[in-house]
Write a protein that binds this ligand. Structure first.
Ligand SMILES: C[S@@+](CC[C@H](N)C(=O)[O-])C[C@H]1O[C@@H](n2cnc3c(N)ncnc32)[C@H](O)[C@@H]1O
Length: 390
């Protein structure tokens, strides 16, 4: 069913918020506050609805120049239709809304860098030798050839790879670069055994590894190692600033939870007498160990299991969990261990605010930074530094 509505707000997830004919809230992707639009209901969720954007009748002043012909179709750029200054303003507001029940000052601006070509890692879908993505909320392959969020060298390398590894099935190509000519990739979802993968510096798949397994990434705090499969901060222009912000602490014993292959650990190792770094990915831990940091104990395992047996005393905890945030037991562990300082790095303001709220009667927020690590999308990174109340 089609309806016309004014877009009054923009939600986390990148949806414009309008009103359905019966007064219920309508979430409309690729619409932005200030638009007047025609939309079509796609999902009835009882208390609200989802709708597709059919036509923009009056465009909002917050609409921006289209930097890619696939905006509005591709599932990648949920904020791609919005002017960049407005994107940042909306993200800051979303963080402030998430923290409305937490007593603390939330910054009024986001730290930002380049808005295009910032990504040093990407997951393309590849079909018939062509690069693409899935369309928004679907499994329909759309050929893109390029993605303006991804560095030109990485796109070129992925195109070369796709052309050399033609397959009728869609496969997923995850690729990373280190900015000094190194590339690694992993491929997934191949149903045919006939394809022999070639043409990359290092590539891993379900049952094979060809070439290099890892490479060095230079960071302001030293070189770390990254694999074709392990987590890597994806904004090459801002990752250094994030790293310095996250390790801005000092003391005796630090505990780092969700440490990946050591992007923050190298900084903590300089500032603390001992560091315990916990991560579920064995590959990432193996790469961390290769850094040979004498005062770091690497623990491969689930954080929730680690805290059950940990007897250590820590004066600092750094946590950088996935979007789901900290498990209840991890928040409980921090409350029980009472480290003097806690740094929480998060890519989801909702779970961040939920967890900080549970710590706020014991901790003061000493520093809060919002970083726009993901221009063109609704995602936003925050670093919150907490200090134990005296
Ligand atoms: C946002 S990434 C941060 C990685 C690292 N701090 C960095 O900047 O490269 C989150 C990490 O948590 C790890 N992880 C997810 N669930 C976990 C769990 N239950 N226990 C331990 N590590 C986990 C993931 O493998 C991933 O490396």
């Amino acid at each position: 069913m089609r309806f016309e509505t004014e877009i009054r707000d923009t939600a986390y997830g990148g949806y414009g918020i309008g009103t359905f004919t019966d007064g219920r809230t309508a979430f409309i992707p690729f619409a932005v506050e200030g638009d007047r639009v025609v939309a079509e209901m796609t999902e009835d969720k009882k208390s609200f609805i989802y709708a597709n954007l059919v036509e923009v009748i009056t465009p909002s002043a917050k609409r921006g120049e289209k930097y890619c012909p696939h905006i509005g179709i591709c599932g990648g750029c949920s904020f791609g239709h919005i002017d960049y200054e407005a994107q940042k303003e909306i993200k800051v507001r979303i963080v402030r809304q998430a923290f409305r029940n937490v007593k603390c000052g939330v910054p009024s601006e986001a730290v930002s860098g380049e808005k295009l070509r910032y990504r040093n890692r990407v997951t393309f879908k590849v079909k018939g030798g062509k690069l693409g993505f899935y369309a928004f909320k679907s499994r329909d392959f759309i050929e893109v050839g390029d993605c303006p969020l991804v560095s030109e060298t990485l796109v070129a390398k992925c195109s070369e790879f796709a052309a050399a590894n033609v397959c009728d099935e869609i496969y997923e190509l995850y690729a990373v670069e280190n900015g000094k000519g190194g590339f690694l990739a992993s491929v997934k979802g191949i149903e045919s055994d006939d394809v022999k993968f070639v043409a990359f510096d290092g590539i891993s798949g379900k049952d094979f590894v060809i070439g290099e397994e890892y490479m060095e990434l230079d960071t302001p705090l030293g070189a770390v190692l990254i694999g074709g499969d392990s987590f890597l901060q994806s904004n090459r222009f801002l990752m250094g600033e994030l790293q310095k912000k996250a390790v801005n602490a000092a003391g005796v014993n630090a505990l780092e939870l969700y440490c990946g292959s050591g992007f923050f650990t190298i900084g903590l190792a300089d500032k603390f007498r001992s560091v315990t770094a916990v991560e579920i990915s064995k590959e990432a831990i193996r790469l961390g160990q290769k850094l040979e940091l004498a005062n770091v104990r690497w623990v491969a395992g689930d954080v929730t299991k680690f805290i059950k047996t940990s007897k250590g005393r820590f004066d600092h905890v750094l946590a950088d969990p996935p979007r789901t945030g900290l498990e209840k037991s991890v928040v409980g562990f921090i409350r029980e261990k009472k480290p003097t300082t806690v740094t929480y790095v998060s890519c989801n303001p909702t779970t961040l605010a939920r967890d900080v709220a549970k710590l706020q009667n014991m901790y003061d927020i000493k520093d809060f930074t919002i970083m726009d690590m993901f221009p063109g999308t609704h995602h936003v990174e925050c670093v919150v530094c907490l200090a134990l109340k005296s």
